[in-house]
Ligand binder design. Structure first.
Ligand code: C2E
Ligand code: MG
Ligand code: MG
Ligand code: MG
Length: 281
């Protein structure tokens, strides 16, 4: 009967909920362990290219977790748990510090790249976020103007007055600010009136099927025009094909990022990638 089926569905749902709860409690404990162990997290770097010359102008830092038993765990799986449990605060600080240390090493290699760091909404919400990040860059001896902070639209929707003040302070220190996953947040465009940002990163869901999908073409064209009118740069993420790369260049997108050029790679591989590029230029 329908009632019986409903009961089964409910029981199944309950089991699944308990399963997910156990998994997330386990992930939480494992993240805590990993932060103590200190050698399970790493940053990989994905090149960001100029759309016209294809020169690498920067990299995005993306965290990786090598779990001692489970192997590589995707950030899509553990970042949300870290956010729910507050562990994103110590993990986020580790990420910022490590990215600064790698930026310092790049400067020693004579490289002038911008390092983009993903900042979670939970980190942004900390009253002393600006102080924390300022202290890290000072301690590590790097210049904030070589660092771009990637935040999502959702981070800007909460505590608007406080967020505006923080963004202004960060920009005054020399950091640049990018809106990540642009076009996918539960938000209106009105925040662009209140926040001065430096870059829009168009979400990969609009880029993947270019130049085939008409809706994607319309959304991307409108975003590129918005960027141009606001005087801010545009980055397309998720560029997987030569066709979409070409289309975006012709449409006036400033920068491109995606598997077509490179996946996120460890620091040493990035050095080799940049060496090969230097030979080509
Ligand atoms: P995101 O910041 O939007 O990063 C882009 C994601 O797209 C990365 O996934 C990257 O590997 C992937 N990607 C890049 N090019 C392509 C492409 O051409 N095709 C496809 N299919 N994917 C591409 P990843 O590294 O798994 O990270 C996923 C998300 O996890 C990130 O999205 C970001 O929201 C979060 N994340 C990753 N690292 C960090 C971090 O250090 N801190 C914080 N707070 N969040 C992070
Ligand atoms: Mg990002
Ligand atoms: Mg993104
Ligand atoms: Mg994302």
């Amino acid at each position: 009967s329908a009632k019986h089926a409903g009961g089964q569905t409910y029981r199944f749902f309950e089991d699944r909920m308990r399963g997910e709860f156990l998994v997330s409690v386990q992930i939480e404990n494992d993240i805590r362990q990993a932060l103590k162990a200190g050698n399970q997290f790493a940053l990989h770097y994905q090149p960001v290219k100029r759309a016209d010359t294809k020169e690498t102008i920067g990299v995005e830092a993306l965290v990786r977790w090598f779990h001692p038993k489970k192997g590589l765990i995707s950030p899509a799986e553990f970042i949300p748990v870290a956010e729910r449990t507050g562990l994103i605060i110590p993990l986020g600080e580790w990420i910022v510090r490590k990215a600064c240390q790698d930026l310092y090493a790049m400067r020693l290699e004579g490289l002038t790249l911008t390092v983009a760091i993903n900042i979670s909404t939970e980190q942004m919400k900390q009253p002393d976020f600006v102080d924390i990040i300022r202290t890290i860059v000072r301690t590590e001896g790097v210049d904030p103007s070589n660092i771009q902070l990637e935040i999502t639209e959702n981070a800007l929707m909460e505590n608007t007055a406080e967020s505006v003040a923080k963004i202004d302070m960060l920009r005054a220190l020399g950091f640049t600010i990018a809106i990540d996953d642009f076009g996918t947040g539960y938000s209106s465009l009105s925040y662009l009136k209140h926040f001065k940002v430096d870059s829009l990163k168009i979400d990969q869901s609009f880029i993947r099927d270019l130049p085939r999908e008409n809706a994607d073409k319309a959304i991307v064209a409108a975003t590129l025009q918005l960027g141009e009118k606001l005087g801010i740069t545009t980055v397309a993420e998720g560029v997987e094909t030569e066709a979409s790369s070409q289309y975006l260049k012709e449409s006036g997108c400033s920068y491109l990022q995606g598997y077509h050029f490179s996946k996120p790679i460890p620091y040493q591989e990035l050095m080799m990638y940049l060496d090969r590029e230097k030979v080509k230029f």
